[in-house]
Ligand binder design. Structure first.
Ligand SMILES: Nc1ncnc2c1ncn2[C@@H]1O[C@H](COP(=O)(O)OP(=O)(O)O)[C@@H](O)[C@H]1O
Ligand SMILES: Cc1ncc(COP(=O)(O)OP(=O)(O)O)c(N)n1
Length: 268
């Protein structure tokens, strides 16, 4: 039963396959782990926009947790789109490390193209219930800023923001750097561990619109690598390389903000 490392994503489906659960499952596959998915929501999306979203009934999410708990040995779990207070409370009552392993929280609040995937009313419950459960939290610069109240403008502010997230209860924090300036040379992420040790991850800035799924893949690879027993610094370094390889040689799928090229990472 346990010949393959097993991991779980609790996330929404993006119907164009570029982000959310499909991206997580692709990332699990290239990481060599067996991936499962508890569906929380679904969005109608393409490479231009997200035009609609719907949430799963929480009783059905309960049933998905119960089904997996009975049968599998899950070493690590990641969260993606939780969407509402009801889903957050449902996750909170179902998740236990004994059954679902280490927890990586990707705070899906607003997509990089401006769609809100977390209700305003759900925000306080996310902070109160989900952040303290996180072994690792992986906010992008905007989410780190929103959650910590610290404006991200330098390495120093990324560190202050990460420490603030630890005060909110997350054990280990990865603040992903900004990548909005077309003249920037590199994108730097900060990995701050529970014991205060830290590392900077730095890769060249890639100028492309084909970035759908970068955040999902980054946190999914970290989840897979932790499940395999890797240390967080190693896991984050592998994830950073996978994302870089996936965006530096784009595939042309869809017209605009297309999916990233995981094949290029897989072939390395
Ligand atoms: N244009 C880019 N060039 C290089 N690295 C990038 C670029 N965009 C994102 N990344 C990297 O991709 C990973 C995911 O970050 P990000 O896209 O900010 O997450 P999210 O999808 O949550 O907004 C991080 O390691 C980040 O540094
Ligand atoms: C269902 C669903 N979940 C997550 C996303 C992705 O949102 P975003 O924060 O823009 O991150 P990445 O595309 O970089 O992973 C989505 N579109 N749909």
């Amino acid at each position: 039963m346990n010949s393959k490392v097993q991991v779980l994503t609790v996330a929404g489906n993006d119907c164009d396959g570029s982000a959310g659960m499909p991206a997580d499952l692709h990332a699990f596959f290239i990481s060599g782990v067996y991936g499962m998915g508890i569906l929380t929501a679904a969005v109608a999306g393409n490479s231009y926009e997200i035009s609609d979203q719907v949430l799963m009934p929480t009783e059905f999410i309960d049933h998905q947790f119960a089904a997996l708990k009975k049968d599998f040995k899950i070493a690590a779990t990641k969260t993606g789109m939780l969407g509402t207070s009801a889903v957050i409370k449902c996750f909170h009552r179902n998740f236990a490390p004994e059954s679902f392993g280490k927890l990586v929280v990707d705070p899906v609040i607003i997509t990089k193209h401006g769609n809100f995937l977390l209700d305003n009313e759900a925000y306080d419950d996310f902070v109160k219930l989900i952040i303290p459960m996180a072994d690792v939290i992986t906010p992008n610069a905007f989410e780190a800023q929103t959650l910590s109240g610290v404006e991200i403008e330098s390495r120093e502010s990324m560190m202050t923001s990460a420490k603030r997230l630890q005060e909110l209860g997350a054990k280990n924090v990865i603040v992903k750097g900004k990548h909005e300036n077309p003249t920037q040379e590199k994108v730097e992420d900060l990995v701050l561990k529970a014991d205060g040790s830290y590392q900077w991850l730095s890769m060249p800035y890639v100028s492309t619109e084909r970035l759908n799924g970068t955040g999902d893949v980054f946190s999914a690879v970290i989840t897979a690598e932790i499940a395999k027993g890797n240390d967080l610094f190693t896991a984050a370094e592998i994830a950073k390389n996978v994302v870089y390889d996936s965006i530096s040689k784009p595939i042309i799928v869809g017209h605009r903000h297309g999916p990233i090229n995981l094949w290029n990472a897989h072939s390395k």
